[in-house]
Ligand binder design. Structure first.
Ligand code: AMP
Length: 362
């Protein structure tokens, strides 16, 4: 079976790495010249809206998926009209606009931080009346890794925030003094079978994910699963979905969903019985889903901007290195390592050995 992937970044690369043992082949469509999944399959280098290229892409594959959530809706619909596309275009677009995404959460009875749409400078004042301060001003579209965000601490910040972001459609959210951040990784098959990974605890710095650690027995597991299940059913979703939450006042507030495999699930390659990448492929190919059980303790550390020397990491026990073949660049995710251990004390000891190798960006 040949699977077409819209996007050829590291998520596409890891999908393909998970798919070859199952006998799948891959084709990617991505406009980037340095597409890091390209060595793992056929790469059609074209714009997502190049209809001739999309036609060619669809002609050579059995089914399609995406690893980049900002694939234009028109491209997704074009592909879906020619070949099975999972998740469906509606699921792709549900997370592209932060405003309609939040409205979807509200309609599904899922709590969210206070929010208001902002489309003018005066509207910013009104929105801040509703959310209170501090608040986070965000672009409604195309924001990722903390880009397109401005934290407003007082009215004195409004002008600078507006100067930076005001050219786009915006959303203002109340700043959540969260206790921690967690994500629920869920997978739903073509027959409606659903599985959940244990909740993952995530640490961000400057809006970028730094570490992700799955834990069995989180007291919020059942609630996270319930909220994720509502979205999976609402979107008639097929594949892996990541749902990011803030933990506040002992409950969950929805931040955002990613309709794809997610950085907070990379630990699952070594840390789960079946990784998020293999489970996404199983789901879209109509296979039974694999076990989401943990194999032991694990923790993922992202390499941001640069990565430690491979020789130094290779000398460490329980450290599994993934380099994406991307050029180092400030704030760019260029790889990750998953630490595994039989128990949490050993895991923490292994992290202490890796930490001195990480530079402050990572
Ligand atoms: P996002 O791109 O919306 O996921 O934001 C990236 C990160 O910025 C989140 O994971 C949080 O660490 C932080 N952040 C975003 N929105 C808020 C908020 N409303 N309150 C507090 N922190 C936030």
């Amino acid at each position: 079976m040949k699977i077409g992937i819209l996007g050829a970044g590291q998520l596409g690369r890891m999908l393909a790495l998970a798919g070859y043992p199952l006998g799948f082949e891959f084709a990617f469509l991505d406009p980037a010249t340095e597409a890091c999944a390209a060595p793992l399959g056929e790469h059609l280098r074209a714009d997502y809206l190049d209809l001739a290229a999309l036609e060619k892409f669809c002609a050579g594959i059995d089914l399609a998926t995406f690893e980049f959530e900002n694939v234009p809706q028109q491209a997704a619909e074009f592909v879906a009209a020619r070949t099975p596309l999972f998740p469906a275009p509606r699921a792709l677009t549900s997370g592209q606009d932060r405003l309609s995404e939040k409205q979807m959460f509200v309609a599904q009875g899922i709590p969210v931080p206070k929010f208001a749409a902002v489309s003018s400078r005066i509207g910013l004042e009104a929105a801040a009346q509703h959310t209170g301060l501090p608040a986070v001003l965000k672009t409604r579209r195309m924001g990722y890794d903390g880009k397109g965000q401005y934290v407003l601490r007082s009215a004195a910040d409004f002008d600078a925030a507006w100067a930076q972001l005001g050219a786009q459609q915006l959303i203002l959210e109340s700043f959540v003094p969260f206790e921690r951040e967690v994500s629920c990784l869920a997978v739903r098959g073509r027959d409606g079978e659903v599985k959940f990974y244990p909740l993952v605890q995530n640490v961000h710095r400057s809006g970028i994910l730094r570490t992700a650690r799955p834990r069995n027995g989180d007291p919020l597991q059942a609630l996270g699963e319930e909220y994720a299940r509502r979205i999976l059913q609402h979107l008639d979703y097929v594949g892996v979905l990541a749902f990011e939450f803030f933990v506040a006042d002992g409950g969950l507030l929805a931040n955002e969903i990613a309709p794809r495999v997610h950085n907070s699930g990379h630990w699952s390659i070594e840390g789960a019985e079946c990784s998020q990448f293999e489970n996404h492929l199983r789901a879209i190919a109509g296979l039974p889903l694999g076990s989401t059980a943990l194999r032991g303790e694990s923790l993922m550390v992202n390499f941001i901007g640069s990565a430690p020397a491979l020789e130094a990491m290779a000398a460490l026990e329980g450290v599994h290195v993934h380099l994406y073949g991307k050029q180092p660049k400030p704030l760019r995710k260029i790889g990750h390592a998953t630490l595994t251990a039989p128990d949490s004390a050993t895991l923490e000891a292994r992290l202490r050995r890796l930490e001195p190798l990480l530079d402050q960006d990572g």
